[in-house]
Design a protein around this ligand. Structure first.
Ligand SMILES: Nc1ncnc2c1ncn2[C@@H]1O[C@H](COP(=O)(O)OP(=O)(O)OP(=O)(O)O)[C@@H](O)[C@H]1O
Ligand SMILES: [Mg+2]
Length: 354
């Protein structure tokens, strides 16, 4: 699944994932041999809050220079990168269509997409995967991915401006899924909700049997928590960021209240996802919740989710480097592993190797 793909070239088994987030850019270089995965290099560079707003790059030069600095400081030489897009402009949907071959579907998907995408179909990039060829009489189930073509080209152009070659443009939620599936074992019957908590948005992806069953980007994340904390306390932005990241044992503190409100909001989003899945796939429950993204580093956030949910499912902060060999990657990456989830998932894309 991809929104854009260049012609593959030999990459010596090394793949570079570049995650351009609204608050930080993350770079991850991995080497894989069969099941063994090794982190070669990684780096994170923070962006100023107004460099990327609502997914739109406001300060192009700053972002391009930040990407270049990141390559410089980490010493990553590979210029071919796998990147991801996210946000409201990216649509992921499981749909039913008439049963046909992959080749036929390639033509028909555009007309199918028209029914599900709120944009002019001529302005949209579409990809798809046939999930199940036997869905009722003469029907098959297809995973449809669509994004505004303009947005995909602007993204690829930004990457090129930094002197890089965009090999694949993926969807952030799929990258998180890839990172988790390579590091965790999921039972076939399990419905696992992946929540990647970023600064501006949270990528929500309910996964079942290796397939994304429900995928959505919720426009809320750590940025909203910081703003809310500022409103409640009168703290400066910097102070609020520190307070959110600091240890807290007082459940009644403003920081705890803000994180609690966020967990409630996401719980509501998960309830909606579950309501949809109950009708679409007769799912009874979500079994597990795995948290990642910078927001997963908020102290005690898994417990806050457990309280919001009254322990109806297991919640844990995921480690996207759980099965990854990290010796030799420089400073210990594990403390910031959550933030690297998208970059890791991108750098673990099997089809990025030529
Ligand atoms: N230890 C920590 N405690 C609390 N918050 C943290 C911690 N570490 C990082 N963060 C928050 O996580 C955010 C960055 O997370 P991440 O890198 O996943 O976001 P992003 O990818 O830039 O955003 P988006 O995907 O929404 O564009 C930062 O804005 C920061 O406030
Ligand atoms: Mg992000």
């Amino acid at each position: 699944m991809k929104l854009l793909e260049a012609i593959p070239r030999r990459s010596r088994g090394r793949i570079v994932g570049l995650d351009i987030g609204s608050s930080a850019i993350k770079l991850v270089e991995m080497e894989t041999h069969g099941d063994s995965m090794r982190l070669l290099k990684y780096g994170v560079v923070d962006l100023l809050p107004d460099a990327i707003v609502d997914g739109e790059v406001m300060d192009r030069q700053l972002v391009v220079e930040s990407i270049q600095n990141l390559f410089e400081s980490t010493g990553v030489k590979t210029r071919r990168v796998v990147t991801a897009m996210s946000g409201r402009g990216v649509i992921v949907k499981k749909i039913a269509m008439d049963r046909m071959t992959r080749e036929e579907a390639r033509e028909a998907i555009v007309w199918e997409a028209e029914k599900h995408v709120p944009y002019d179909i001529n302005d949209v990039s579409v990809d798809f995967e046939i999930l199940d060829t036997d869905l009722g009489p003469k029907q098959m189930q297809v995973l449809l991915v669509a994004a505004k073509r303009d947005a995909v080209s602007a993204h690829a152009e930004l990457v090129r401006e930094a002197g890089l070659e965009p090999a694949i443009v993926d969807v952030a939620a799929f990258a998180v899924q890839n990172a988790m599936e390579r590091n965790y074992e999921f039972a076939p019957e399990e419905f696992v909700a992946l929540l990647n908590i970023g600064a501006e948005s949270t990528n929500l992806n309910v996964v079942h049997g290796g397939v994304p069953s429900f995928t959505q980007d919720v426009p809320s994340g750590t940025g909203r928590m910081v703003e809310e904390l500022q409103k409640r306390t009168g703290l400066s932005r910097e102070e609020a960021v520190l307070q959110l990241a600091g240890p807290r044992d007082d459940e009644g503190s403003p920081a705890a209240a803000v994180v609690g409100a966020y967990a409630d909001e996401m719980t509501t989003a998960l309830d909606r996802a579950l309501a949809y899945l109950k009708t679409a796939e007769s799912v009874e429950k979500i079994h597990r919740l795995l948290l990642s993204g910078g927001g997963a580093r908020i102290p005690g956030i898994a417990e806050v989710f457990l309280r919001a949910r009254r322990s109806e499912y297991a919640v844990e902060v995921a480690d996207p480097l759980r099965r990854v060999e990290c010796d030799g990657a420089g400073d210990d990456p594990r403390p910031m592993a959550s933030m690297l989830a998208v970059g890791i998932g991108l750098a673990l894309r099997k089809d990025a190797r030529a």
